[in-house]
Design a protein around this ligand. Structure first.
Ligand SMILES: *Cc1c(COP(=O)(O)O)cnc(C)c1O
Length: 344
């Protein structure tokens, strides 16, 4: 039986070469700024995103929550897509950690337009929360791994500037957008006040993310990192994996995208599966099960019993994610298993 794990690109394991980089990492006390590998990673990410500074954090969630807490005062409002990670998958973090209220825009494919944003911004009025921060998720996760058009982001940035709002990028999969679009990370990050990339998604490192912004912003981020227990010791052990990933696992994301497209095309041929392969920009493949007697839960359970693991998101919606540990052959096998199950 195969064992193919398409649940998420978080399921990647460190490769033997990445483990060697981990073993050989020079380390020091990160909390005191003395870990040379972490310092090198922060400089590398600041250069990559074109910012003055960056700070290594244990997770992407902490990047988002620290950024929100810096940009917002209690009672301020965070505007994002209603199915964005910050609004839907961080346990209510913005309200608990920043005291911020939230507003979700309901745009297509996990994205919204500058006009939709403008309509959501509150007028100054003592009854209303104060709109303060806009969060854009690049690529959109539950929106289907779509790459936001650069022109739309620039239009959104113009709206936020006009209204005096801050703009933050959840760049968990920014490098997928970079590879898919050919547009450099610094160009994507330029319109934002803060942004971050995750190493534990498609880049294949075990742990960590880097939050980037101005020197003053990162100074504040360090205060919250310390307060919330995110300051570490010999964190070069994990930063080495992140540096290795930036050196060796960025260009290869193109393989994941090609595999995702191929998987989507195979699935589109299956009777009982609804998917538009032209909507697959990167490595996330969402589809609907449309067959009497079947739903997402039944299909994921039956496929897992046949060695093909993927997720269900709602009654009919499923997600398969391609990554470093999934081959083209694995994608063909996964599609064949779904076809066999639904044909039975
Ligand atoms: C995974 C993810 C996060 C959170 O990152 P972690 O490193 O898992 O905390 C945030 N935003 C998006 C879009 C994600 O996919």
């Amino acid at each position: 039986m195969p064992h193919i794990d398409l649940y998420s690109d978080t399921r990647t394991r460190p490769t033997p070469a990445m483990r060697r980089a981990i073993a050989e990492a020079e380390v020091g006390d990160e909390q005191a700024g003395l870990d040379p590998t972490v310092n090198a990673l922060n400089e590398r990410v600041a250069a990559l995103l074109g910012t003055e500074a960056a700070v290594f954090l244990p997770s992407g969630t902490m990047c988002n929550e620290i950024a929100i807490a810096i940009h917002c005062r209690p009672g301020d409002e965070v505007i994002s897509h209603r199915f964005s990670h910050v609004l839907s998958y961080e346990g209510g973090g913005p309200s608990h950690l920043a005291g911020a209220s939230t507003w979700g825009i309901d745009g297509a494919n996990g994205m919204f337009t500058a006009a939709e944003l403008e309509a959501a911004i509150r007028p100054p009025n003592r009854y209303l929360p104060r709109s303060r921060l806009v969060v854009v998720e690049q690529t959109s996760n539950t929106g289907g791994g779509r790459v936001w058009p650069l022109a739309e982001i620039e239009a959104i940035a113009a709206v936020t500037r006009r209204h005096g709002l801050a703009l933050h990028m959840d760049g968990a999969r920014l490098m997928n957008a970079v590879v898919a679009s050919g547009i450099p990370a610094a160009t994507w990050a330029a319109p934002f006040d803060s942004s971050w990339i995750d190493f534990s998604k498609g880049l294949g490192a075990p742990i960590g993310a880097c939050l980037a912004g101005s020197a003053a912003f990162i100074h504040e981020a360090w205060r919250l990192k310390q307060r919330w227990g995110g300051a570490m010791r010999q964190a070069g052990i994990v930063a080495a994996a992140a540096l290795y990933a930036l050196d060796h696992h960025v260009d290869r994301l193109a393989e994941d995208h090609a595999n995702a497209k191929r998987l989507a095309e195979r699935l589109a041929d299956v009777d009982g599966i609804e998917i538009d392969p032209t909507g697959v920009d990167t490595n996330l493949v969402y589809f609907h099960v449309r067959k009497p007697g079947w739903d997402a839960a039944r299909l994921t359970e039956a496929a897992a019993a046949d060695g093909v693991v993927f997720g269900s998101f709602g009654p009919s919606r499923c997600r398969m994610v391609t990554h470093l540990d999934v081959t083209t052959q694995d994608c063909d096998t996964a599609a064949a298993v779904v076809r066999r199950l639904l044909g039975a």
